[in-house]
Design a protein around this ligand. Structure first.
Ligand code: PBG
Length: 337
C-alpha cells in the first residue's frame, strides 16, 4: 500500500489543525469510538467473610457474595454492559493439588452462575477455565515433580468447562495456556450437547507481573508464592508466537480470542486483529487498573480521563471488546449518568 505521507499538498495548503479546531469537527472525523457495548466487567465472587471487602490493591473493586454477584449482573443490565466475567476466591480449605473443587457442580462460581441466570437478564456470563483458584500450589494446571503436566491438565479443564456449561455459563474462557485445550474443550462441549456454548480463548496470555492484584483478589498469590507461570504463559519478548497461539486456538474452535495483559500489549492486539480478523478481546488486567486508580487517588493523574483514554486506545488497536474493572464506571460516564 502506498503511503499517503507526505501529502502532495503540504503546509500551508493543508493545515491539519483546521479539523481539530472545533468540537463538532473533531467528533465528525473521529476514527474510533468507545461504547458500552465494548465492555466486559470482571467481578470477584466469594463465599466468605471477605464479601463486601475492597481488594486492597484495587481501590473501588469489591468481592461479592452470590447475592452481590446477582446485583452486579442487574447493574450491568441496567447500564447496558453486555457481559460479566466471574472469578472466584476459593476457601483455602477447599484447595488441593489437582483443584478438585473446580469440578464440583455446587462450587461458588456455579452457584453464582445459576443465581444470575435465574434472573433472566440480558447479560452474558463468561467463566474462566483454569485451575489456579482451586489448586494448593496456585498453578493453572496439575503440578507433578515441579512440572505443570499438559495433557492431564487438559483432561481436568474439559471437565471444568462442562461443569460451568452445565451451570449455565454462556462462554467458557480457558485462561490456562495449556496446549490443545481449546480443541479438547470444544469436543467435550459438543459431545455433551453444549454446541451453543462459546469459547473465548485466552490465546495470547503473557507471563506478566501485572496480574499481581488479581492474585491477591482471588487469594492465589500466597499459594503460588515465589513460583511463576513462565512454563505455560508466554514470554513478554514474543510477538510471532502470539500469532501461532491464536491460529491454533481459532483452528481448534475458539469463537473469540483474547490478548492479555492489555495496554503493554496493544501491538499484539493490532497484529492479531489484522492477521485473523476474528473477534478479538483485550484484558485491561488488575495491575493496569491498580496503576491508573492508584495514581488517580494520589492526585497524580485525572482518573476519569486516563480511564477513557486507555479504553479508547484498545479500540484503536483493534479490540472488539475490553475486559476492564472500570466497566461500570466507564459505562456510567458513557451513558451520562
Ligand atoms: C487465572 C487468571 C489470571 C487472570 C485471569 N485469569 C491470573 C493468572 O494467570 O495468574 C488475571 C486477570 C487480572 O490480572 O486482572 N488463570
Amino acid at each position: 500500500m502506498a503511503t499517503p505521507f507526505p501529502s502532495p499538498q503540504g503546509f500551508p495548503t493543508t493545515r491539519l489543525r483546521r479539523l481539530r479546531a472545533q468540537d463538532w469537527s473533531r467528533r465528525l472525523v473521529a476514527e474510533h469510538l468507545l461504547t458500552v457495548d465494548d465492555l466486559i466487567w470482571p467481578i470477584f465472587v466469594t463465599d466468605g467473610e471477605t464479601a463486601g471487602q475492597e481488594v486492597a490493591s484495587m481501590p473501588g473493586v469489591v468481592r461479592r457474595d452470590v447475592d452481590g454477584a446477582v446485583k452486579a449482573a442487574e447493574e450491568a443490565a441496567k447500564l447496558g454492559i453486555p457481559a460479566l466475567a466471574l472469578f472466584p476466591q476459593t476457601d483455602p480449605d477447599l484447595k488441593d493439588p489437582i483443584g478438585s473443587y473446580a469440578l464440583d457442580a455446587q462450587n461458588l462460581v456455579c452457584r453464582a452462575v445459576r443465581a444470575i441466570k435465574a434472573e433472566k437478564l440480558p447479560v452474558g456470563l463468561i467463566c474462566d477455565v483454569a485451575l489456579d483458584p482451586y489448586t494448593s500450589h496456585g498453578h493453572d494446571g496439575v503440578l507433578r515433580e515441579g512440572v505443570i503436566v499438559n495433557d492431564e491438565s487438559v483432561t481436568l479443564l474439559v471437565r471444568q468447562a462442562l461443569v460451568l456449561a452445565e451451570a449455565g455459563a454462556d462462554v467458557v474462557a480457558p485462561s490456562d495456556m495449556m496446549d490443545g485445550r481449546i480443541g479438547a474443550i470444544r469436543r467435550g462441549l459438543d459431545d455433551s450437547g453444549f454446541q451453543d456454548v462459546m469459547i473465548c480463548a485466552y490465546a495470547a496470555k503473557y507471563a506478566s507481573a501485572f496480574y499481581g492484584p488479581f492474585r491477591d483478589a482471588v487469594g492465589s498469590a500466597s499459594n503460588l508464592g515465589q513460583g511463576d507461570k513462565r512454563t505455560y504463559q508466554m514470554s513478554p519478548a514474543n510477538t510471532n508466537e502470539a500469532l501461532r497461539e491464536v491460529a491454533f486456538d481459532l483452528a481448534e474452535g475458539a469463537d473469540m480470542v483474547m490478548v492479555k495483559p492489555g495496554m503493554p500489549y496493544l501491538d499484539i492486539v493490532r497484529r492479531v486483529k489484522d492477521e485473523f480478523g476474528a473477534p478479538t478481546f483485550a484484558y485491561q488486567v488488575s495491575g493496569e487498573y491498580a496503576m491508573l486508580k492508584g495514581a488517580a487517588l494520589n492526585g497524580w493523574l485525572d482518573g476519569t480521563k486516563v480511564m477513557m483514554e486507555s479504553l479508547l486506545a484498545f479500540k484503536r488497536a483493534g479490540a472488539d471488546a475490553i475486559l476492564t474493572y472500570f466497566a461500570p464506571e466507564a459505562a456510567k460516564l458513557l451513558k451520562g449518568l
